[in-house]
Every structure is written in C-alpha cells, then in structure tokens.
Design a protein around this ligand. Structure first.
Ligand code: 6R9
Length: 635
C-alpha cells in the first residue's frame, strides 16, 4: 500500500503509528516514490536537538524545480500551473501552463545568471502577487540562489533590515502594485531602503502599473527586455539535500527579525506530502490559497506544494473587499475552485458583511476549505462551514509556523472527523508533546500545556541566518530535547489538539505575527516617549488589536495628545508597516514592573482586555500604585 495518500481514518492511524515507530523508513518510502533525484541519499536522518543539528536525506542531490516543472512537461505540459486572477476584475485572468512556466522560470534564471548571481547568493524578492513573483522564487531555486521574499506591505526600514541581515546581492521588485482601488509605489520604497544597503549590486524591475519611476544608473534595469532576450532553457543547478533553498523572516520576541533557513530535500518531501494529504488533492482540482507569497503559507501552499503535485494553483493579486465583499466568491465561481484556503481574519471580515455577497454565487465546486494563521473562533468556523461550505466541505484547520515549513497538525478532509476550533491530529511523522511549566511532559488526555515537538520532521527550519545560537536558545532550550513552538495548546478527551495562542511576546494581528519588541522600539524612538509596552486585546475582525501603554518623557511638554498618537502610529508605520499600528494608545505615568525590571505584560493584557477584576499574582510588582492609576485611565 502506498504511504502517500491517506484514504480512511483507520489508515491514518495505521500510517501514523508506523511513522512514529519507524520514522526513517516512513519518510524514506515517501521520498522514494514521488520525486526525481539526481543522486539517492546515503542517510535518511541525522539529528541532535541539543546543538541543534538536523539533516535529512544527506548525500542526495536534486533540484526542486525539476520536481516542480521539468518532470510534469511530458504529462501535463498544457495543464494550467498558475491561474492568475488580477486585482481588477475586468482584466482577464491568465492561465500559465506548465510548459510556459518552465520557460519563464528558465528565462529568468538565465537573466539572474547573466547578472552574476551564483549558487548560494541571496536574492531579495519584493514583489506584489503577480506571476513574476512565483517565477522569481523558482528562478532562484533553479540556479541554487537563496531567495528571501519580503512581504510587499513592509516599510523601507523593514525591507532594508532584512536585505542587510542576509547580505542580499540583488533585489527583484516592480514599479508599483495594485491593492483594491489603490496603487502603491513599491520602487520608491525600494529606493529608500537601498540607501542603507551596501551589498545590493543590482535591481530588476517588473513593469506592473506603468508608473514613471526613478531608475538608478548602473543599478536598476527593467526586467522584461532581459527576459525577452533570454534562452528558454536553463540547466538546473545540482543541489545537495541540505543546501539552503530560502530564507524567510519571522517576528521574534526580541527586536531583530529571525531569518528562518529552509533547506532543499526535506522541505520538498514534506511540502509535497502535506499538500497532497491535507487537501486530499486529486487531478484536476483547482487549488486557491489566498495568502501572500510573502508569508510561509504562500511559499509552501501557493508555490511549492501545488507545483510539486502538478496542480493548478490560483494566484490572486487583489483584496477580498474589492470591488466589493463578494470578490472571493465571484472568483470561486468563475474558476470552479475546488480548494479554498484562507485565514480566520478574512473570514471574520467577510462574515460581518451582507450574506447576499456569498449567496449570490455558485460555490458548488468547493470540496475542501482550509484555515490558517491563528486560532479560528467558533463563530467564524460555523459561518465558514454553513455559508461557504454549505455544510458539505470539511474545514481543515491547519496549525503550523514559518519555522515548521509545512502543516504539522490538521484534520485530513473526509478522513478525520472535524471539530470546530480544533486543529485535531498530528500529521504522520509529527510527534507533539504538551509540557508543564516545570519542563515535564503532560501525558494523557484532557490536559493543556505548552506545545512542543519531540522528533524532527523533514521541513523544519535548520537555523536562523547568521545566528545559530539564537536558533538554539529560541526553540530548543525552554524544554530540553524538544522543539518549542511558542504556542499553548490543549488536548481533549479523544486526543484532538486545540491551539490556544501564543505564550510568548508575539501577537497575531489579522494573521500577521508581530513581535512586541520591534514595535516598542519604534515607539520609543519618538522624541517625546520615555518607555512603552504593547499588548494584544480581543478584536472582532483582526482577532487581536494592539494596545499601547506609553510613558512620556515630560508630561507637561505635550499639548496635543491626539496628534502625538498620530505621530506614534506614523513612526510605527514607517519602521515596520501599517499592519503594526496601534488601535489604542494610553499615556501612563509608569509601567508595572517586577523588581528585576521586567514589564509585567500579563497585567497589561488583562487591563487592555478589560479583565481588571482578577489581575492574578501581583506580589512581585515593584509599585502596585502604578497599576491602579492605569486601570483608572483605561481607554
Ligand atoms: C503558517 C503560519 C505561526 C503562528 C503559530 C500560531 C499561529 C497558525 C494556526 C495558528 C491556531 C491555527 N497559528 N496557524 N494558531 N490555529 N490553525 O501562520 O505561520 O506566520 O509563522 O505564524 O500562527 O500561533 O505559532 P506564521
């Protein structure tokens, strides 16, 4: 029996048990059956979480793009690989076949090579959701360059920090981008960022909006003429299994973003396997993940997962509210989408609008619905199930992280009975553990604790770019011998997992992970600010919104507080991006601190969420008076 496609619940348990008993045999079988290798591995797995060192399929040689493109040409050359749906509904959709995609990737790979990009070089990609974005990732992978995609909603400072952290040699961007009825001057943001980026030698610019932009002599070039002149074939670079494939930055609880490094063979095997099983993908299904490729969800389940399986993957440039709140459903009907994968924040935003926006469209093509990015609340789950899935399409609530590369806990549709708000069961090969505060594993059911993983899986990040020690301390020291996720979870009476949220200083706003530290740093840079602390509080649509407690240097000096609030938010917008703006800013005379000087965010969180009745243990507070004053002035 093939291990690859799980079809019944019994089969799931059978495969799961095998994957725990003999993980190496399990993954070896998956790797043998479904990929093109230039050379077979010598060793399936070598690992030591104390260092931490993790290596899968060592000795193997391959190129992931051969698996995404070349091998499909004979059997699926004319099949649509990317179905591009533009921001403007009147602009025609584009069906890019596997053959066309292969040629476009090869051409771009040849352009990168001609610009001096070699195996191991880092290329920053700062593009909107247009086909060139997928092409750029694959072109890098084709020649062994390491792509570092930066979400095109990040500010110039956030962009330059990421470019510098991994010393990128090149940036691929566009003149501008469309989002709803707005267009954004992406190239202007890049120009500003590059004032601080000495390692960038060249910038390739895609023409998307036709705006007139500054082109820096000797540095910037329009990409289209170069592509037109390039050869449509490019020999794939032969990569070692553990050669880095990409870097993707994620927020941490300290200031600097963490460049998570994913490597080639393990990532490929796990992403292909999870795509196929978690979505029960079968030809000729049409798969749509609404995430941005700037996040891990887009990397794994818009680009690599679908292409590794020869699927049709929808790439949507726009937003769910343009030209109106029916846009998602209009697209589902128009392209007979079978799989729809989105985030709870989008579901909540659409659920607030008139039901007619959903009911107007024929959604009968849908077979599987997915959710990712944050816990899905009961109300949103039911709205999704009732009005989008019409109670016929199972919802897969998929839990995972940038660090995990692919989905670790999720129902398998038509196999695992779903339960609202539960991500349910681990995928084969994944061994979760709940830990108590003393570092002991909590066995049995009906328990809750901190979520760890006990055994390596192929697509886990291998390090943080340039800072392996930070990788070790962030993920492998809280619980000895285990990978710590930063999330809390509970396990119900049948062993189903429910993720309850972050237990560290990361706040998820509209599905975006925001570290408290970088936002506080941005606030503190304002000349009037002495110190600040931010926390999340519940919000109907965003899941969490941000509440800032800000202490000023000289209270007497400040005349216009509303203006100051605007300036603080502008500062955050400039440093990080508009997604990190605060919903509420309360000026305080002091912050609650422990005797060792740590801000007690736990207390601030309760105040922001209006749960001031029970503040918990306040005995370690240096000055309890401060807390009473903050409660009194609460917004
Ligand atoms: C894929 C992605 C990771 C954090 C993760 C957790 C939260 C993601 C979730 C979920 C509950 C789910 N998260 N999926 N929480 N249920 N189905 O989102 O990666 O951006 O790195 O975020 O998102 O807190 O630790 P990333």
């Amino acid at each position: 029996m093939s291990n690859y496609h799980i079809k019944t619940f019994e089969e799931y348990f059978h495969i799961y048990r095998k994957s725990v008993r003999e993980p190496e045999n399990f993954w070896e079988e998956v790797a043998e059956e479904h990929f093109v290798w230039r050379k077979r591995w010598d060793n399936v797995l070598r690992w030591d979480f104390s260092k931490p060192e993790i290596a899968w399929f060592e000795g193997a040689q391959l190129n992931i793009t051969e698996n995404c493109l070349d091998r499909h040409l004979r059997t699926r050359g004319d099949k649509t690989a990317i179905l591009f749906e533009p921001n403007n509904p009147n602009e025609p959709a584009q069906h890019i076949t596997y053959t066309e995609l292969y040629e476009r990737v090869c051409k771009m790979a040849n352009v990168l090579k001609a610009k001096g990009i070699k195996k191991g070089d880092r290329v920053c990609i700062y593009l909107p959701m247009i086909p060139e974005l997928s092409v750029a990732l694959l072109a890098c992978a084709r020649i062994g360059a390491i792509h570092s995609v930066v979400f095109a909603g990040f500010s110039s400072t956030a962009l330059s920090t990421r470019i510098n952290d991994s010393s990128c040699k090149m940036v691929i961007t566009s003149d501008g981008s469309y989002r709803g009825n707005k267009s954004i001057d992406l190239k202007g943001i890049v120009d500003e960022a590059l004032e601080q980026c000495p390692t960038v030698e060249s910038v390739l610019v895609v023409n998307r909006v036709g705006s007139s932009i500054h082109m820096e002599q000797g540095r910037d070039e329009w990409i289209q003429p170069l592509l037109d002149a390039a050869q449509p074939h490019c020999e794939p670079e032969v990569m070692e299994a553990e050669d880095p494939l990409f870097i993707l930055y994620t927020s941490g609880s300290t200031g600097k973003p963490k460049g998570m490094v994913h490597t080639t063979a393990g990532y490929m095997v796990f992403i292909a396997y999870t795509f196929k099983n978690i979505f029960q993908y079968r030809e000729p299904d049409i798969f749509w993940c609404t995430a941005d490729i700037g996040w891990i969800t887009g990397h794994s389940y818009i680009v690599y997962g679908p292409l590794l399986n020869g699927a049709t993957s929808v790439l949507f440039e726009g937003v769910p509210s343009y030209p109106d709140f029916g846009r998602f459903w209009e697209i589902v009907e128009k392209h007979s989408i079978t799989h729809f994968y989105t985030a709870p924040t989008a579901i909540r935003a659409l659920a607030k609008e008139d039901l007619n926006y959903v009911e107007k469209y024929n959604l009968s093509s849908l077979k599987v619905l997915g959710s990712v990015g944050e816990p899905i609340n009961e109300e949103a789950w039911h709205w999704y199930n009732d009005h989008v899935g019409k109670k016929k399409s199972p919802i897969v609530d998929t839990w995972w992280q940038t660090e995990t590369g692919g989905i670790l806990i999720s129902p398998i549709p038509y196999v695992t009975p779903t339960k609202p708000t539960y991500a349910t069961l681990p995928l084969p090969g994944i061994q979760p553990a709940l830990m108590d505060e003393n570092g002991q594993e909590i066995k049995g059911n009906q328990v809750d604790g901190r979520l760890c993983v006990k055994f390596p899986w192929p697509s886990m990040a291998r390090t943080i770019w340039g800072d392996h020690e930070r990788y070790r301390t962030t993920y492998f020291t809280a619980f000895e011998g285990k990978y710590f996720t930063g999330d809390g979870a509970l396990r119900d009476e049948v062993g189903y997992y429910r993720i309850t949220g972050r237990v560290d200083d990361v706040i998820i706003v509209s599905g975006h992970n925001l570290g408290t530290a970088p936002i506080e740093d941005a606030i503190n840079e304002h000349p009037a600010v002495a110190e600040s602390a931010i926390v999340g509080f519940p919000h109907d649509v965003k899941g969490n919104a941000l509440y800032g407690f800000v202490m000023l240097k000289d209270v007497g000096e400040v005349r216009d507080r509303d203006n100051l609030r605007k300036e603080i938010n502008q500062q955050i917008s400039d440093r990080i991006g508009p997604i990190a703006k605060l919903d509420k800013i309360q000026f305080v005379e002091g912050l609650p601190k422990t005797r060792s000087g740590k801000i007690m965010r736990r207390i601030l969180r309760k105040i922001a969420g209006n749960e001031t009745e029970n503040l918990g243990d306040t005995s370690t507070l240096l000055d309890p008076e401060v807390v009473q004053q903050i409660i009194k002035d609460r917004l």
